[in-house]
Write a protein that binds this ligand. Structure first.
Ligand SMILES: [Zn+2]
Length: 285
């Protein structure tokens, strides 16, 4: 999250797993187990964000290692360097070249550990990769860890800048995950497309997940770079009302992360991604 302004396998199996899990999630979240369904557990996700590297210089390699831990071959993990910024891109080929981008920035500001902002997003994105990897989806998914978000969305600007005009129609939607874990998942209205926000609200209702959306006038996120190129995009965050006392300060550390709220973000983003995958590519434009 960047401060701005004054304040600086088969598809049916996945569907069944998600339906079953939405019941389990609402009944007994602690009992959800990854053994049969392929879904990550809250404890697994918590263990990974507890290992958040507090030094910015360690983060690029940590992202690569995390994706490899989640089952990516080293050759699947590409570091794209462009305009002085490095983005980590992991491609999961689908039945078509229509694309969904799932993104989270990996860089941090100098203060604090960047646990909430945004190692939570990186870890959730990596677990989404692991969960979706066995399934042949309709669309190709690009998992992208953006660099230099905190310097003004530099990595995501560079990423969209490389998309040729004639390729734009193949970019169906972008789901950005930034700063989970202080409260239940929410959509940041000022950096999100209306139709994708409405879909996210519908998905949250189906999952019985607490959900809200609102604008935060002094916050920006990588989804803005995609919207600027007319690619539908949504930012899911988990900020509380006192976020300005925590983000970009020494208070942004692992002990402030609420694991249950991060897990809600994981299941919301997972179901949202499968719903977008099932839709026509232009459904949310
Ligand atoms: Zn930030």
């Amino acid at each position: 999250m960047t401060r701005t302004g004054i304040n600086l396998l088969s598809r049916p199996l996945l569907a069944i797993a998600l339906t079953a899990l939405s019941l389990s999630w609402s009944l007994a979240p602690a009992r959800v187990c990854s053994d049969s369904s392929g879904l990550s557990t809250s404890a697994e996700i918590e263990a990974d964000f507890n290992a958040a590297p507090c030094k910015d210089s360690q983060r690029l390699n940590a992202v690569k290692s995390l994706f490899e831990k989640m089952g990516a071959a080293p050759s699947d993990v590409a570091v794209e360097k462009y305009r002085g910024v490095e983005n980590v891109v992991v491609r999961k080929q689908g039945a078509s070249d229509d694309k969904i981008v799932i993104g989270a920035h990996y860089d941090k500001v100098s203060d604090g550990c960047g646990a909430i902002d945004n190692w939570t997003g990186v870890v959730v994105m990596a677990h989404l990769y692991r969960t979706l990897k066995p399934y042949m989806l309709k669309k190709t998914i690009l998992f992208v860890a953006f660099g230099k978000e905190e310097l003004g969305l530099v990595g995501s600007h560079a990423f969209v800048d490389r998309i040729k005009k004639e390729e734009l129609p193949q970019y169906c939607s972008m789901i950005n995950i930034d700063s989970l874990g202080l409260a239940a998942p929410q959509v940041l209205d000022n950096t999100s497309s209306k139709k994708l926000t409405a879909l996210t609200a519908d998905v949250a209702k189906e999952l019985n997940t607490p959900f809200a959306h609102a604008g935060i006038s002094n916050a920006d996120a990588d989804s803005s770079s995609f919207i600027a190129r007319k690619i539908p995009a949504v930012t899911i965050h988990g900020l509380s009302n006192d976020w300005m006392k925590i983000l970009h300060s020494r208070n942004d550390r692992v002990s402030r992360v609420n694991a249950a709220n991060v897990y809600l973000g994981y299941k919301l983003a997972l179901t949202l991604a499968t719903r977008v995958d099932e839709s026509p590519c232009n459904a949310y434009r």
